[in-house]
Design a protein around this ligand. Structure first.
Ligand code: PLP
Length: 397
């Protein structure tokens, strides 16, 4: 046998292990596809559907379970699965719960790509998609085929707060699962698993961790939280067979940002309220949308559910009809601190232009006609943000 340098093998089988007593501010980061079994007994006795039984990277690592536990805890639930984006978390729920012939109910103001995914399932698998008005629980009329209702509080873009209690009550009576897109509330504005009412709870929350938990505008991730172990196992099985997994590095980044999520949430919410008060005085807008505003559709539901007065850092404006698309484009292009982009919860304030006519199915009598701009408030000083909007508005006169 030729003598050889052991260094090559030693580099791979490094002898040093971290001692048990080492404690760091952030938990250690695990990156894994392979997870090494201690023995064949460990291999054959494993139960991958149980959280914390490690078997392969896609089924979870201490890093993903730690973030999952934290997200479940923040939202008031018990079990959490992570997905590579908020939209993929939404799709995990749809593909677990819905089958051919089922009926699914969606709020008219729901996050658009969720509706797009459901419309795709409708065309491909014969699922019926029905739309309800989130501020009128009577518009939700499930048949015996209904399996799932999607809730969103407050709704994307137009920010109506739904009649959550009555919608959940009706769904429970009809044996329909409730899934709430909890991205706006982030588990901080209200507890969706406990509406402080007898047995009123949603079954599933989905959270685009891309927004507030990440806080950087640079990482995509989503979560699915439940309180029901059987439902969690169904979701976990679909999660595994679809090969849904997240990177350890991304997970650790979000874990790191969670420590200051509530501070950022509060600050951005406060700045949004400062902007709301100023925007309401500007003559160019026919409507300013924010659930804390007494004139907002669904304000009474927000006041009841978000009883501590919390809200996210989003506020939308509808321009008076005399401002056409060219004018609103000029307005958006003239903003300097607000950048044009989707999403929210990052340090940089964002603006996005929407044409509501192309986004709603039902007649929305509570909304004025006109083009809408949504402002997602970042961490800049609110007076600078007001100045930025004021400068852009001046160019319209
Ligand atoms: C309310 C809401 N839900 C879900 C998502 C999807 O999240 P992601 O961008 O991580 O796919 C978004 C993204 O904008 C959103 O606004």
């Amino acid at each position: 046998m030729t003598t050889h340098n052991k260094a090559q093998t030693n580099l791979i089988h490094a002898p040093r292990q971290a001692p048990q007593y080492i404690e760091t501010v952030q938990p250690p980061l695990f990156r894994a596809s392979t997870i090494i079994f201690k023995s064949t007994a460990h291999l054959f006795d494993r139960h991958w559907t149980d959280a914390y039984d490690y078997s392969y990277g896609t089924h979870g690592t201490p890093t993903t379970f730690t973030l999952g536990d934290n997200i479940a805890q923040i939202e008031g639930g018990r079990y959490c699965l992570l997905a590579p984006s908020g939209l993929s978390a939404i799709n995990l729920v749809n593909s677990t719960v819905l089958g051919s012939g089922d009926e699914v109910w969606v709020a008219d103001n729901i996050y658009g790509p969720n509706l797009e995914h459901l419309n795709h399932l409708q065309d491909r698998y014969g699922i019926t998609v029905k739309i309800y008005n989130p501020i009128d629980a009577n518009s939700f009329q499930p048949t015996e085929k209904a399996k799932l209702i999607w809730l969103e509080a407050a709704g994307s873009v137009t920010l109506e707060f739904p009649d959550l209690k009555n919608l959940v009550k009706k769904a429970q009576q009809a044996n329909v699962l409730t899934a709430l897109d909890n991205t706006w509330g982030a588990g901080l504005a209200f507890n969706a698993f406990d509406f402080s009412d007898e047995h009123l709870t949603v079954d599933i929350t989905v959270h685009a961790l891309t927004k507030y938990p990440s806080g950087g505008g640079d990482i995509l991730m989503g979560s699915v939280v439940t309180n029901d172990q059987a439902l969690h196992h169904k979701l976990y099985r679909m999660h595994a067979i679809q090969g849904i997994s997240v990177s350890g590095d991304d997970t650790a980044q979000i874990q790191r940002s969670l420590a200051h999520m509530s501070l950022r949430y509060e600050q951005q919410a406060q700045s949004a309220l400062t902007l709301l008060n100023w925007l309401k005085q500007q003559p160019q807008f026919s409507q300013v949308l924010h659930p804390s505003d007494p004139d907002a559709a669904g304000h009474q539901f927000w006041a009841e559910i978000c009883s501590t007065g919390k809200s996210a850092g989003l506020v939308s404006v509808i321009f008076k009809p005399e401002y056409d698309l060219a004018a609103i484009r000029k307005f958006c292009d003239s903003l300097t601190l607000f950048k044009l982009g989707f999403s929210w919860g990052g340090p940089v304030s964002l603006a996005m232009l929407y044409d509501l006519k192309q986004m709603r199915t039902l007649e929305n009598t509570h909304l004025q006609q006109g083009l809408l701009v949504r402002f997602c408030i970042g961490l800049e000083h609110p007076e600078d943000l007001i100045q930025d909007i004021q400068n852009a508005l001046k160019l319209l006169d």
